[in-house]
Design a protein around this ligand. Structure first.
Ligand code: FMN
Length: 258
């Protein structure tokens, strides 16, 4: 039996509304689960870039959370002064959100990492053993070729020796810039030095091969066919090590230790 045109339009509209409500409800209902998975993934990245032995065997959420809670302390610092912000709840603090909100961020000075806004405060992670800080994990971000790369750089407590690097979110081309995810390339970073003798950020991704860390402490092999992403990594790592990034905090940290 053929239906009238108004009936067909009404029916199609009703199906659209029902489907829309279903999709919207699913999105709302799944949001807490997505947030929890995101947090778990961040924790996994943090413990793994820190090179913690418990990270290697941590496969399930319980083990990841335990490894994180036993070893990691999140802190919030004021970027300009490098002062720890003890009054701020670091677990709940969201640097990405602070960066977007005009009330908690400002225009960034011109920079090669193409960072447009800087938060007043930013979160970082300390690897702790009792009260002793053994390493620092800096969240890093900046532009490659197609996308903003988000990751972590782990530094030894001397604030200079690199312990690891990882990128957990980017949109670079798989096989080219996407090789920032390649464990072989990431393994070239540990043992190299972040700063030169004058505490200027020195670590860089070069074009070609760098050789071993003792011969080339400030250089990492370039990603072949992906010089733009490689240069982006240099720019973003140097930005966050520099005076507009975590530089003031790192300076305070090493002076406090000496
Ligand atoms: C489809 C396509 C995807 C590309 N993706 C990347 C990329 O993710 N990162 C990058 O640096 N270069 C990428 N390139 C290459 C750049 O355009 C540029 O040629 C390259 O960065 C130069 O690096 P090279 O001097 O090592 O060859 C891509 C090129 C094409 C055609």
């Amino acid at each position: 039996m053929a239906h009238s045109t108004p009936y067909t339009i009404f029916f199609a509209g009703a199906v659209s509304v029902v489907c829309g409500v279903l999709v919207a409800s699913a999105a709302v209902a799944l949001k807490p689960m997505q947030d929890a998975n995101k947090l778990l993934d961040q924790r996994k990245q943090v413990i793994s870039v820190a090179g913690l032995p418990c990270a290697e065997s941590a496969a399930d959420p319980g083990a990841i959370n335990k490894c994180y809670e036993d070893n990691i302390r999140a802190v919030v610092v004021e970027l300009k002064t490098g002062e720890l912000q003890d009054g701020v709840d670091a677990a709940a603090f969201d640097t990405k959100r602070a960066m977007k909100d005009p009330a908690t961020s400002e225009e960034a000075p011109a920079n090669s990492a193409k960072i447009l806004r800087l938060p007043h405060n930013a979160k970082l992670y300390q690897v702790v053993e009792g009260e002793q800080v053994k390493a620092l994990i800096l969240p890093i971000q900046g532009y490659g070729l197609w996308s903003v790369l988000y990751g972590f750089l782990a530094l030894d407590a001397d604030t200079d020796t690199i312990k690891g690097i990882t990128f957990y979110e980017h949109g670079e081309t798989p096989g080219l810039g996407g090789e920032v995810d390649n464990p072989k390339w990431k393994s070239l970073w540990p043992g190299r030095e972040a700063y030169d003798d004058d505490w200027k950020p020195a670590i860089r991704v070069i074009k070609g091969q760098a050789g071993p860390a003792d011969k080339a402490p400030y250089s990492v092999d370039g990603l072949s066919g992906a010089t733009i992403t490689s240069n982006g990594v240099t720019a973003l790592v140097q930005f966050w090590l520099g005076e507009n990034g975590f530089g003031p905090y790192l300076k305070k940290f090493r002076e406090g230790r000496s």
